[in-house]
Design a protein around this ligand. Structure first.
Ligand SMILES: [Fe+2]
Length: 310
């Protein structure tokens, strides 16, 4: 592990121990997860009494496959038709059967690179051990020649970094990687979670990234404005689960965002930045969904036609 990553791990460890939410807006409220869990138990009990719980589990196991073509004026020609598999919010230990659902959806697809934008664990505290076996099964079935890159979410622990490295997942903790094809390159920047674990390094990393075509991987959309100000082209994130439990019509009860709440779901645009907020593959809190489908997403990148013709 590089020196910068050892420093990152020490800082993340301290933040995880503090039980505070360290956010860009300065809020440092305590995470009252014990109270939240009690409220969830009451909610589950109500759903079971009303006969809705089984349907919620069935909904959560059904994963949509969304495919989008995105155009960019400055995409290097060597990366024309780069195909990205984007997974987010696996929360994989809370609902291991989603592994089979995801594998079934990706096994006949061809893609070049895979991005996973955080929240591997169901809870935001406690053991991480149950994450690794189902995640390893999934990673072994991801066939991405240019690699698997990931960021951590607010449910994740810095301790995952060591196992991920063994699995072949390139975890980006406030750092950028350059990918080269035929003497051309693009840059991938991965930011540690900013919903609970924001540090100035998140902003510094976006500000110091290389020039050229740039993709930001962040757990939540909450850094969209900083990414835009630093000329990122594509911003991929998740975190919101599209609400997970929504009112009929898909209106979320909670978005869990302190910034960028307009970008809580799907494709969005801010100035020249194109963003996508995945509803995620898994669920947190309770393994159910209503009026908000799970998804995995394929993006195919293209150079804007005018540029190709010139
Ligand atoms: Fe999540």
């Amino acid at each position: 592990m590089k020196e910068e990553q050892i420093i990152w791990a020490a800082a993340r460890s301290a933040l995880e121990s503090s039980q505070k939410k360290n956010r860009r807006n300065g809020s440092t409220g305590v995470r009252h997860w014990e109270l939240f869990e009690k409220l969830l138990h009451v909610f589950v009990w109500c759903l079971k009494i009303l006969g809705f719980y089984g349907k919620g589990i069935e909904n959560a196991l059904s994963i949509d496959v969304n495919k989008l073509n995105l155009e960019f004026p400055n995409l290097p020609k060597s990366f024309e038709q780069l195909k990205i598999l984007h997974l987010s919010d696996l929360h994989i230990d809370g609902n291991p059967p989603i592994v089979d659902s995801i594998i079934a959806k990706i096994k006949n697809e061809k893609y070049d690179i895979c991005f996973i934008t955080g929240d591997f664990r169901m809870e935001n505290h406690g053991s991480i051990q149950a994450v690794f076996e189902p995640l390893s099964l999934l990673v072994n079935q991801i066939n991405a020649p240019l690699g698997i890159y990931a960021t951590l979410g607010n449910h994740d622990s810095y301790l995952m970094a060591f196992e991920f490295e063994k699995m072949g997942i390139h975890l980006l903790n406030n750092e950028s990687k350059t990918i080269q094809l035929n003497n051309e390159e693009i840059h991938i920047t991965g930011i540690d979670d900013v919903h609970y674990y924001f540090t100035d390094n998140a902003i510094n990393c976006l500000e110091k990234s290389p020039l050229g075509f740039k993709i930001a991987l962040v757990h939540s959309p909450e850094m969209y404005d900083i990414a835009s100000a630093n000329n990122y082209n594509l911003y991929l994130c998740g975190h919101t689960h599209g609400g997970q439990i929504c009112l009929p019509g898909g209106k979320p009860v909670f978005k869990h965002l302190y910034n960028g709440s307009n970008y809580f779901k799907g494709l969005w645009k801010f100035k020249k930045l194109t963003g996508y907020t995945s509803t995620g593959c898994g669920t947190s809190g309770i393994p159910i969904r209503f009026n908000s489908n799970s998804e995995l997403t394929f993006f195919t990148l293209h150079k804007e036609k005018e540029e190709l013709e010139s």
